[in-house]
Design a protein around this ligand. Structure first.
Ligand SMILES: Cc1ncc(COP(=O)(O)O)c(C=O)c1O
Length: 401
């Protein structure tokens, strides 16, 4: 079977053999009664690692953010968060739908807000304003290209928020990527926040699960909200077992994903794609690359890359996102770079082909040269052999994961 290099997200990883074995062998009970020894073991391990009083296993990072935010706000209040943050853009609007909260967004630089911006975004204490009660941070920042908040930046932002009477929630879905990139232990890096989300299904490779970390009181409140959201677990140990393997064995290897991302960025820049952040500033495992119009229509580029067995999400505004992970090796990165080069070279040949001859080909019902007529809307291939099922159509929603 043809090998697919799937760069859509680090959520596409499949559980390792070790995880599958641990899941199959997990000792379980009913977590509603706090009777599942494997869930308890994961939560205790995570709490110790992050030096927190308590941890709570939930189904997803979205759910971890949801219950953390609901535990620290009341209906009618406001929350400060970065304009391109995952919570604001990609979690189906839970701030308003479930929280009755008003978001106050701040445009950061590469996802990083300043304490001054946070202060400006906090509503003055007056009866007519939705009182601001929470600051949400994101580390690493997905939409900014996997950028890290340093310990000093996190401390300064949290200190400002606390001085203004706000709590701080850290969406650390990829906090281990930040910790590995910065060389700062997760306990230190997350200490300034009151609550922390940690995802087990991204770089760490689990099939399901995320954690909320915080004080005992906060976690008990989050447990209640988890129940409200229908997220209570029974024999959750089957899931927790993979989480234990992840925390024990999958963290340090994230450095490989970061090295692979830097190499991939360099390969893409070499053939004319515009990387943002630029290759020398890639911090972790997420890349954004723009396909300049003079090279190729971005939709056509993505279609043809699929044809080469390299899968990325459909472009937004000519930009594609590529994420390295457990199932993408250094060799895969070289192959992906070569595939991009081939696609662009063929595009080049096509652009110099005789347009008249090409139109005649099309009228005969089958182009003998590459691709749709200029200006045509590209759709992902529907049935290329060996490829995963096609992605969304020509105007897909933003890629979430
Ligand atoms: C920064 C960040 N937070 C939260 C999430 C939500 O994760 P999930 O979709 O697994 O719930 C994501 C997903 O990619 C993310 O990138």
């Amino acid at each position: 079977m043809r090998r697919i290099i799937n760069l859509r997200s680090d959520t596409v990883t499949r559980p390792t053999e070790g995880m599958r074995r641990a899941m199959a062998a997990a000792e379980v009970g009913d977590d509603y009664y706090r009777d599942d020894p494997t869930v308890l073991a994961l939560e205790e391990k995570a709490a110790a690692l992050f030096q927190r009083e308590s941890a709570l296993l939930v189904f997803s990072a979205t759910m971890a953010n949801l219950v953390s935010v609901l535990s620290q706000t009341r209906r009618g209040q406001s929350v400060v968060l970065e304009a391109s943050s995952h919570i604001f853009n990609n979690e189906a609007g839970f701030l308003s739908t479930f929280g009755s909260l008003t978001p106050r967004t701040v445009r950061g630089t590469r996802g990083r807000m300043t304490p001054e911006q946070v202060e400006e975004a906090v509503f003055p204490k007056a009866v007519l304003h939705p009182q601001t009660s929470l600051l949400c941070l994101e580390n690493t920042h997905n939409a900014a290209g996997g950028t890290c908040l340093s310990l000093e930046q996190t401390e300064a932002l949290a200190a400002k928020a606390h001085s203004l009477g706000l709590k701080v929630h850290l969406d650390g879905a990829r906090i281990f990527n930040a910790s590995v990139a910065l060389g700062v232990p997760v306990a230190e890096l997350t200490a300034p926040a009151d609550s922390v989300t940690v995802c087990l299904t991204k770089g760490l490779g689990c099939p399901v699960g995320a954690l909320v970390l915080g004080s005992r009181a906060l976690v008990e409140e989050a447990r209640r909200w988890r129940q409200v959201a229908g997220g209570g677990m029974r024999q959750g140990g089957v899931v927790a077992a993979a989480g234990i393997v992840a925390l024990d064995t999958m963290v340090e290897r994230l450095a490989e994903d970061h090295a692979n991302a830097r190499r991939l960025a360099a390969l893409l820049a070499d053939v004319g794609l515009v990387l943002d952040p630029p290759p020398e500033e890639v911090e972790t495992n997420i890349l954004f690359a723009e396909i300049p119009d003079h090279l190729m229509d971005a939709g056509v580029f993505v279609d043809r890359l699929w044809g080469e067995g390299v899968v990325v999400n459909p472009p937004r505004n000519r930009r594609i996102r590529l994420i390295t992970h457990l199932d993408v090796s250094a060799e895969d990165v070289e192959e992906a770079g070569a595939a991009v080069r081939r696609v662009l070279q063929r595009g080049e040949a096509f652009r110099f082909a005789d347009d008249g001859a090409r139109e005649a080909d099309l009228l005969r019902g089958g182009p003998t040269t590459w691709g749709p007529p200029r200006g045509a809307v590209a759709t992902p291939p529907r049935s290329a052999p060996g490829l995963p099922p096609p992605g969304p159509g020509p105007n897909p929603p933003p890629a979430p994961g």
